[in-house]
Design a protein around this ligand. Structure first.
Ligand SMILES: C[S@@+](CC[C@H](N)C(=O)[O-])C[C@H]1O[C@@H](n2cnc3c(N)ncnc32)[C@H](O)[C@@H]1O
Length: 384
């Protein structure tokens, strides 16, 4: 097997628990991507890694021992990840969360009897057949779809595309999440077909919704929060800018027999302003916007955006009402997010109490040494 050598600083990263070694810490490495043995500058064996010759992240640690990274290795690693998901009360969830499952650059999501896979590094791409075989044998899906249409692959010198890898995968998959059903769209939906990372927060929002009250789901996508809210609330307004997502939302409502959700194609910023002007009130509001900060430099502007929607939502709450608010911007950490909420609460003239802190589901494990694996943060606030 090919070998790479890394600087003392690179070696130290692995010792300290970070699985990536950057280009600048690689002394020498083969020109072709693949799995390589890695040694430090004195020749000591450090482990085996995925090599991406064109990426800034040059090496991703896979295995610290000499054990062969072969079909059996992938199978055992994916099996381990699946075992850690036992007990999840849903048929759509993440089976492998990359670095968080010690399988860097690999994402595997299960949608009932189908699997969606993302191979996010050049090194991993060379393992494609072994990885797919392992997913097939461990998860046992009727089909595997590769949702490799992600820009991050460009940095690896890889193309972006959606490809059927095994069996057949339908356009829509009916899945269950707690007490609601919804249709995921593996081929065309955002991410791998649904936002499975918010699963526990959605279930919680449904439990906290004021019975018989009025609820608002901004940034609703295909209604994943709205459906949970509709189980208890008297009336739900679900809004999103994507007509496609809303159309699926309406189908999802029908799937559950809910007739109390109004679907509105609207910009959430404008809609919140209009609700405020119209003195409308809600008992439960969910804010689950897209990542406003795609880079570090965008953080100040993103925080202004988060502050505006949260401030308006707080003002729209009836006394005793609940705000479920989240940010999936990795660059906006939990502390700045909570500071923003506190500023918004101060400006809203409302006393807001923190009832819960939220994060991504346990099927999206966060590796403490890789902050990128934990991007979703949120809170449940009550107006008292
Ligand atoms: C993070 S996703 C929401 C996921 C959803 N809450 C769920 O749990 O499945 C963000 C959504 O915001 C929508 N969106 C983006 N900008 C928007 C805007 N200005 N107003 C309303 N919706 C917007 C996107 O179409 C996307 O569906």
């Amino acid at each position: 097997m090919s070998e790479a050598r890394v600087s003392p600083r690179g070696a130290e990263r692995w010792v300290r628990g970070h699985p990536w070694i950057y280009r600048s810490d690689v002394i020498e490495a083969p020109e072709a991507p693949g799995v390589v043995r890695v040694r430090d500058s004195r020749g000591k064996f450090l482990g085996q890694a995925l090599l991406s010759p064109r990426s800034e992240i040059r090496l991703r640690l896979l295995e610290r021992t000499e054990r062969a990274v072969d079909a059996g290795w992938w199978q055992a690693a994916i099996e381990g990840a699946l075992v850690r998901r036992r007990g999840i009360d849903a048929t759509a969830y993440r089976v492998v969360h990359g670095e968080g499952d010690a399988l860097p650059s690999l994402v595997v999501d299960r949608y009932d009897r189908w699997a969606v896979v993302q191979l996010l590094s050049a090194g991993l791409e060379t393992m494609r057949e072994q990885v797919l075989d392992a997913v097939q044998s461990v998860v046992g899906p009727e089909g595997i779809l590769l949702r490799n249409d992600v820009p991050i692959r460009r940095r690896e010198g890889l193309d972006e595309r959606v490809e059927l890898a095994r069996g057949t995968v339908p356009e829509r998959v009916e899945v269950r999440e707690g007490g609601v059903k919804y249709h995921a769209a593996p081929w065309t939906g955002q991410k791998t077909g649904a936002f499975v990372d918010q699963r526990p927060s959605r279930v919680l929002a449904g439990e906290l919704a004021t019975p018989g009250g009025r609820a608002l789901d901004c940034f609703a996508y295909h209604g994943s929060f709205a459906l949970h809210l509709a189980r208890r609330a008297g009336e739900v307004v679900a809004l999103d800018v994507s007509a496609d997502a809303l159309a699926r939302g309406a189908e999802n409502a029908a799937l559950n027999g809910f007739t109390n959700i109004a679907w509105r194609e609207a910009d959430a910023f404008e809609a919140l302003r209009a609700f405020e002007r119209g003195r409308e009130r809600f008992d439960t509001i969910v804010l689950d916007p897209p990542a406003f900060a795609k880079s570090r430099s965008a953080v100040p502007q993103a925080l202004r955006g988060y502050r505006e929607i949260n401030l308006r939502a707080m003002r729209l709450l009836n006394p005793g009402g609940t705000l479920v608010t989240a940010s999936c911007s990795f660059h906006v950490g939990r502390e700045p997010f909570m500071a923003m909420l506190s500023e918004a609460a101060g400006d809203s003239g409302r006393r807001m109490v923190v009832r819960r802190l939220l994060g991504q589901g346990e099927d999206h494990p966060e590796l403490l040494t890789v902050p990128e694996t934990g991007y979703l943060k949120g809170a449940v606030l009550t107006a008292v």
